[in-house]
Design a protein around this ligand. Structure first.
Ligand SMILES: Nc1ncnc2c1ncn2[C@@H]1O[C@H](COP(=O)(O)OP(=O)(O)OP(=O)(O)O)[C@@H](O)[C@H]1O
Ligand SMILES: [Mg+2]
Length: 472
């Protein structure tokens, strides 16, 4: 409570002796460790509240109302009738005799598969994914902090999972927020994306060494860490989460080490394409066939990890708030993206041109800025201006500010994990709607891109067939 200062502003009449009496001794370096320890204990306390007996997060159940309203669009009566007719289908559980039925997400997915196979063809119960094409990688990035990167990526991952897609989430931020949201356990950097990058470098070095030896030069030593990484695959660092169809490559503080290690490796082998490391390893380990969507959360910096995430991405989402400072800073971020990737292309292509090799050119299926934490009462004008200047690059959907995010503890990370009974239904419906719309805008983009790829693949196949016919 504010002290009664007799109407004088609070910064007047502060007595230095009283101020001194309130002061603790100076802080030294170990002082940071004490503060970190206090935070860690508080965090563990919060985290434990939402966990099951084995110390893992668990996902809430879904009611018939929610399933038929949001997940499998059929009338409740029809849903109940179908369940009754098929006793082998999940029947749900109720808290009270004859009360509402609740289902696990696994059960919802089974029910959806059933409705998808049996139901009327007009309703698309199963989300579209062209056959034989790889997963789409989506990076969420902006070097401005706190703009909603992690919230957007986490909510998109969850809504895509609820929609029936199989999702992998990669946390490239050593802050590990995404990892906390998905209850990931990460001992050290060896359980993060780090070994994938290390393996990519290790393989490059091994190939270089073969060439060196062939030319009578001494090979470069592969240290213990690199040799260990050469034995690892993406599957070693992918962990399951409390969501049945979301897996995770987690992060923790040690991942930051990569920002120092990568440039050292690059100095030792100038021809190592560090930006391709994540893409190449995910592809080589078959990850892109195991999932439909891969969401990559990046730190608020344009470091080597972010560059790897961006280079791997097919779709780049750049969240920002509709404020002058965020708009300004995001403009600079695009400027940095331009100079970073242009300098990589330039560096590669000078050599490629000289050797007559194909040139490196980065390409993204789509790049979209997304307004987050939107307050229509205050930010209508600024967002209108942003729309006018950014055009199609700015997603037309603005993600509203909602009190449903970030206020619940460790257990509930966002709208899709919240039990609607804990909220006023209006508040819940509005909060959910804004994130459903965020997903809908993303899905529209995704389906368009997949369809484009599918057509291109079809055309290529047709051309191939026509050529073979001619050759006969
Ligand atoms: N639509 C929203 N409504 C209300 N609060 C939001 C919304 N989106 C994000 N937030 C809140 O804004 C804060 C920053 O969000 P978030 O952590 O997602 O940003 P970030 O860009 O990932 O941050 P960092 O740069 O630190 O990684 C969080 O407290 C989050 O709960
Ligand atoms: Mg974040």
């Amino acid at each position: 409570m504010a002290k009664d200062t007799g109407g004088i502003p609070p910064y007047f009449n502060i007595d230095p002796d009283i101020a001194l009496s309130e002061l603790a001794p100076p802080t030294d370096t170990p002082g940071f460790a004490d503060i970190a320890g206090a935070c860690a204990r508080g965090r563990a306390d919060l985290a434990s509240r939402g966990m099951d007996d084995e110390g893992r997060k668990s996902l809430r159940l879904f009611s018939t109302w929610e399933i038929t309203r949001y997940l499998i669009p059929v009338a409740q009566a029809h849903f109940r009738r179908v369940l009754k007719q098929h006793p082998d289908l999940p029947q749900g559980q109720s808290e009270t005799e004859g009360g509402a039925k609740w289902f696990t997400l696994d059960e919802v997915l089974r029910l959806r598969a059933f409705f998808g196979a049996q139901g009327s063809k007009a309703k698309n119960y199963l989300p579209y994914r062209p056959e034989g094409l790889p997963a789409k990688l989506v990076a969420v990035a902006n070097f401005k902090g706190g703009v909603g990167k992690t919230s957007t990526a986490a909510h998109l991952a969850m809504s895509a999972a609820l929609d029936g897609y199989k999702v992998l989430v990669i946390d490239l931020d050593s802050q590990g927020s995404m990892t906390s949201i998905f209850g990931g356990r990460v001992e050290d950097e060896w359980s993060t994306a780090f070994p994938l990058l290390a393996r990519h470098y290790g393989e490059h070095l091994r190939a270089e060494n073969q060439r060196r030896v062939a030319q009578g030069e001494a090979p470069q030593p592969l240290d213990e860490a690199l040799s260990a990484a050469l034995e690892m695959s993406a599957r070693d660092v992918i962990q399951s989460t409390h969501w049945p169809n979301i897996d995770l490559i987690g992060a923790q503080l040690n991942l930051y080490w990569a920002e120092f290690q990568i440039p050292v490796w690059r100095m030792a082998a100038r021809s190592w394409k560090l930006w391709d490391a994540l893409t190449d390893r995910l592809e080589a380990d078959g990850v892109l066939n195991d999932y439909d969507l891969v969401f990559i959360d990046t730190p608020p910096a344009l470091g080597y990890l972010t560059i790897n995430g961006l280079a791997a991405a097919d779709i780049l989402l750049v969240p920002l708030g509709a404020s002058f400072l965020e708009f300004d800073s995001t403009g600079r971020f695009f400027d940095m993206l331009h100079s970073t990737f242009a300098s990589i292309e330039e560096g590669e292509n000078t050599a490629a041109r000289a050797l007559g090799r194909p040139e490196t050119r980065f390409e993204w299926d789509a790049v979209r800025a997304v307004i987050t934490r939107f307050d229509s009462a205050q930010q209508g004008e600024l967002s209108g201006l942003m729309q006018a200047y950014l055009g199609q690059t700015l997603s037309p959907h603005r993600q509203d500010f909602t009190a449903l995010i970030g206020q619940a503890g460790e257990q509930v990370s966002g709208i899709y994990e919240a039990d609607y009974r804990d909220f006023n239904r209006e508040t819940y419906a509005r909060g959910r709607e804004t994130f459903d719309e965020t997903y809908a805008a993303f899905k529209r983009l995704l389906l368009g891109i997949w369809r484009r790829d599918e057509r291109a693949a079809q055309e290529a196949a047709d051309r191939g067939a026509a050529q073979r016919k001619q050759a006969v």
